[in-house]
Design a protein around this ligand. Sequence first.
Ligand code: NOJ
Length: 750
Amino acid sequence: MKRLLFFTLLLIVTPLIAAQTESNKQMIKFIDSLMGRMTLEEKIGQLNLGGVGNPKVVGSAIGLDEAIKNGYVSAVGGFDINAAVDAQRFAVENSRLGIPLIIGLDVIHGYHTIFPIPLASSCSWNIPLIEKSARIAAQEAAAYGINWTFSPMVDICRDSRWGRIAEGSGEDPYLGSLIGQAMIRGYQGENLSDSTTIMACVKHFALYGASEAGRDYNTVSMDPVTMYNYYLPPYKAAFDEGAGSGMTSFNVVNGVPATGNKWLLTDLLRKEWHYEGFMVSDASSVAEMADHGMGDVQEIAELAINAGLDMDMSSSLFVLCLKEAVKNKKVTEAQINESCKRVLIAKYKLGLFQDPYRYVNNEELKTKVLSDNNCDVARQLAAESIVLLKNSDNYLPLNTNQKIAVVGPLGNVKGSLLGTWSYGFSENRMNTIYEALQEILAGKGEATYSKGANFTEDYCIYDGQYTLPTESLIKQALIDVKDADIIIATVGEPSSWSGEARSRVNPALPECQKEMLRELKKLDKPIVLAILSGRPLILTDEDRDFSTIVMAWHGGTMAAEALSDVLFGVTNPSGKTTTTFPRHLGQIPIYYNSLNTGRPYSDFWATTKYIDCSNEPLYPFGYGLSYNNYIYDKPILNKYIAYGDNDSIKISIDITNSGVYLGQEIVQLYIGDPVASISRPIKELKAFKKIELLPGETKTVDFHLKVDLFKYYNECLKYDWDEGGFDIFIGPNSKDVQTSKIIWKKHDKI
Ligand code: NOJ
């Protein structure tokens, strides 16, 4: 039977492989022939993104048209889509060989239909839904001529001061890898040349999320074990998934800027990981190597190409310096050819040589942009991203026949709910939180809105207008809420406070918003805190003073509806944090998969705690509540000892919904390796299942453990596992777990 299956599979697979090899051969033949007709300048031109001329390094620029005509431009950023379309036509019609352009844009969490920021989406732990959101983002972007997105960002981050924490999937390499891969599948689909798919770009290679002190662009300094075990896996997973391209990071890696780092771009990426797509620099990061102390413009251009960078984004230094470098034998023509070929392969795979306009003519696709279906997916993802942090008075879910007072700077705004990198958003398709609540309360309850506070005292201009000082806003709010049954305080950060170059030294609520909360609290009315922000905030005061806290992040186009769905129980919250929430600024960086010290905190070692703060986070990784309680039974192992590489252990656990609502629960499995050749984290996430449970329902969740889960990079960077005992932790978050012990031996004892 098995044999028959094998031969049947062989019969199906062999022609498929043959067809693929044949089409690969055709592609290489086409590209070789094209390259045979290209001059050195034209080949170098294929390594350039943007116009020519970076004022910082070369003074004045030549116009884009002229640069394209001369064959100096390979790709452009499509911020203005009409300009990008014109540029494509111009390239095809006016450059000597008519090589089409790649048109790229930061489509980070949607294009017109904006999904929650990636950090928020990661809290849904809903991999298929995240893939669907990337699919929709690709369709919408492709409808407007874009064929390349600078996404996914898979930088692991343990520091909420860093504004770009919003763009990634949090602190865990396992979850981050799955999400990065799902986004690539969503963007690229089965076939890159399909006019509804776009090419992904894995960024920022590498380690950008570990910028010192959370300051953007800052130095990264990291030991190899940390790098290989925690920071590199999501990049590797994303490249393995077949992402068409990758982007270097701004930071140094082992002292050398990533953009000119041969170890990173060639030894690791090409030789160890066998990645074949092309690598683009981050914007101007080739030029910025001068400030890193890597030499003059000529030297840094040579450093970058020789390190293995294929495309220069907006420094123009490849175009300006590489011909000279070849002449002076500092760079070989073979190196240029290799990079040029990688870029042309990407263009071929995108189908641009068959039809350069395939991404600009799809009128039918345009009609689906911001469709009800797309917005429904955005709403579902936004609702599943929301994390219920506290509900100890059971104020939630709300009922609709109440008087609800919305108070706070985020209660009646739109753009501020979207999150960073929200280009194509449409105001018309959005509601403010106040509007969404009015809608659900219509004919039953009532909603009012008062601003209550500015975002911060430092800004006296808000949405282009001068605002009243917080003192007056609070005064007015206290009058407005007099008759309210319940207050929803919408506090946090506007979109513009996270993303690139948006580091904060104190990622907490600004003082004026805290002041507003203190005054509202004095009224002794039920208060629900809805926190909207692009990063995990330090919420220690709020956790102490309020019983009900909902972390709603920046939720995109449907942020307001999604929040209303959760507040009224239309959607039972199921999101779980993917970053550890610190209780104090001084704890940062704080993350769950940390090592033990030799003096782990205990009564005996009480001095190993901060003298002025607990060591514990405010909310641990993987944490989030529901309107139900889920009861975790005792885990059951099918066996206690396993042997060798091919064995497996099944661990099962019954989960019961003891609540009265339908709900989803994210069941998490962590492992610990208490005795190993290097010190290992106490816990590492290795599996999870998101399950749905009816009221009263019990479901059995099975996890199949294979020995691969226990592998890690040791101090010699050998990837292997140690035999012996392991801890298996299962629970609703990384803290409240039940522990089982297993033993895994290398060989069966005879
Ligand atoms: C700089 C950012 O670091 C990167 O993430 C982005 O893709 C490029 N600019 C292009 O906008």
